[in-house]
Design a protein around this ligand. Structure first.
Ligand SMILES: C[S@@+](CC[C@H](N)C(=O)[O-])C[C@H]1O[C@@H](n2cnc3c(N)ncnc32)[C@H](O)[C@@H]1O
Length: 198
């Protein structure tokens, strides 16, 4: 199968998934390569030893993260939608990659067992605005608690304002990187420097 045919199939799978379960999937098409590469760069993935990805879907961002990750780096991907899990199993064969059929909220349990020093970066494309306040707060807090000092959270969002206040609760530095020319227009938010609780 050519790369172009595979991409078209991934797009078709994605659209079908959105129609079946829009609330979990949260987008009608996979993320573009340009945005995925930017996420890898913002997360410093080229220097990382351990990263996590939330919501790999059909692997649009995953592929670019693995392309940037050093040969001795490792990556854990958290996905909850069964057809995407099957798709990833069939398409990604890389000894650095571990696919977990778990929610992003379980990041801390995986860190305790696999990455005691914490993740260098967490790269997310999960639809926080559809997950709602309680789930968002739980996941953002899990990220802050399980990054190593200086580690970076990178989150792709289509909602222009929803996620930032939750990041501000947990991180000292929160930045917005808009991609208005992407279809659909995309916002990349970064968080770094975990706030100390008093
Ligand atoms: C907008 S899609 C992004 C897919 C892919 N990363 C991309 O950029 O093309 C959101 C993904 O997040 C997954 N997802 C939603 N809630 C999740 C959760 N709590 N934990 C892990 N993945 C989740 C969905 O199943 C879906 O694969």
């Amino acid at each position: 199968m050519t790369g172009r045919t595979e991409t078209a199939l991934a797009r078709w799978d994605f659209l079908k998934a959105y129609v079946r379960d829009w609330h979990t999937v949260g987008a009608v098409a996979p993320t573009s390569r340009a945005v995925a590469r930017k996420m890898a760069a913002l997360g410093g993935v080229q220097y990382a030893k351990a990263i996590a990805e939330f919501g790999p879907g059909t692997g649009a961002i995953t592929g670019e993260l693995l392309a940037a990750l050093p040969s001795d780096g490792r990556m854990w991907a958290f996905e909850v939608y069964e057809p995407f899990i099957e798709h990833l199993r069939a398409h990604i064969h890389d000894s650095r990659f571990t696919l977990l059929e778990r929610s992003a909220a379980d990041l801390g349990e995986v860190r305790r067992v696999e990455v005691p020093s914490g993740f260098d970066a967490v790269i997310s494309s999960i639809p926080f605005s559809l997950i709602g306040p309680e789930g968002t707060r739980e996941i953002v807090r899990a990220v802050a608690e399980n990054l190593r000092p200086g580690g970076m959270f990178v989150a792709l969002q289509y909602h222009p304002t929803y996620l930032r206040p939750y990041l501000m609760e947990e991180f000292e530095q929160v930045r917005r990187n808009p991609y208005p020319w992407n279809i659909p227009p995309t916002l990349l938010l970064t968080g770094r420097g975990v706030r100390r609780r008093t």
